[in-house]
Design a protein around this ligand. Structure first.
Ligand code: KIV
Length: 259
């Protein structure tokens, strides 16, 4: 498979080929996703919920994002690695956004993602001007959790369309649509030239993204829009219980595991 690039991702929309995207936070899962043929690997600030045991994505630092981006970029050969700009690393000015994005690009990302539409237009323009490809993110933007008042489906059609168009005209190469009614996501997808990547946005987006650990059944609670393709949490729990019971009963290590 050829290496995924921003222009190739744009071609996928023209060819009506759906884009497959997932999150990863380390080299091991990065390699597995890459070998399975995923187009885009997002080093998401969902690392907060998935690995750091936090309720929101707000505390994640730029240094932490750079660290996880380095791990993922080390093992991904084909897929496009996109890293999330964390909360507080780009909101104060477009210049701050460029400085923060440079840290993630130097860590191995090919592009950055940031949350917000109209209000982020100038920031996206400045990043694109600095040759940093940007993936937008509109609809439910988890970094705005306090302003939005909770993780709720975003139903304001005019606002969604305005935000998505602003992201496109600022020069982003794609946009994530999170937690929006399927019909609205379909309208936005039809109106834009850049690909839309949906999460809880129905099947008529140009691509889909999920948090890897939700798909694998490794999170205690997954949102309604996440489909579980495996129950690894149960597998891990059973394996650890079997190990504990073997150790306690003196069955492990056996002679084959001993020198
Ligand atoms: O951080 C993340 O994982 C994300 C995706 C869910 C889109 O932003």
């Amino acid at each position: 498979m050829p290496v995924m690039t921003v222009p190739r991702l744009l071609e996928k929309k023209l060819r009506r080929e759906r884009i497959v995207a997932l999150t990863a936070y380390d080299a091991g899962f990065g390699a597995l996703l890459d070998q399975a043929g995923v187009d885009l690997v997002l080093v998401g600030d969902s690392v907060a919920n998935v690995l750091q045991g936090l309720e929101t994505t707000l505390p994640v630092s730029l240094e932490e994002m750079a660290y996880h981006t380095r791990l993922v970029a080390r093992s991904v050969r084909q897929a496009l690695v996109v890293a999330d700009l964390p909360f507080g690393s780009y909101q104060t000015s477009p210049e701050e956004a460029v400085r923060s994005a440079v840290v993630l690009i130097k860590a191995g990302a090919a592009a950055v993602k940031l949350e917000g539409g109209v209000r982020m237009q100038a920031t996206i323009e400045r990043l694109v001007e600095a040759d940093i490809p940007v993936l937008g993110h509109v609809g439910l933007t988890p970094q705005s959790i306090h302003a939005l008042g909770g993780y709720k489906v975003q139903r304001d059609a005019k606002r969604l369309m305005r935000d998505a168009r602003a992201v496109q005209s600022a020069g982003a190469f794609g946009v994530v649509l999170e937690a929006v009614p399927a019909r609205l996501a379909a309208e936005v997808t039809a109106a834009l030239k850049i690909p839309t990547i949906g999460i809880g946005a129905g099947k008529r987006c140009d691509g889909q993204i999920l948090v890897l650990h939700d798909l694998l059944g490794l999170t205690a609670r997954a949102p309604k829009f996440a489909k579980r393709y495996a129950s690894l949490g149960e597998t891990v729990s059973a394996a650890v219980k079997a190990y504990a019971s073997d150790v306690r009963a003196g069955r492990f290590p056996g002679s084959e595991h001993s020198f």
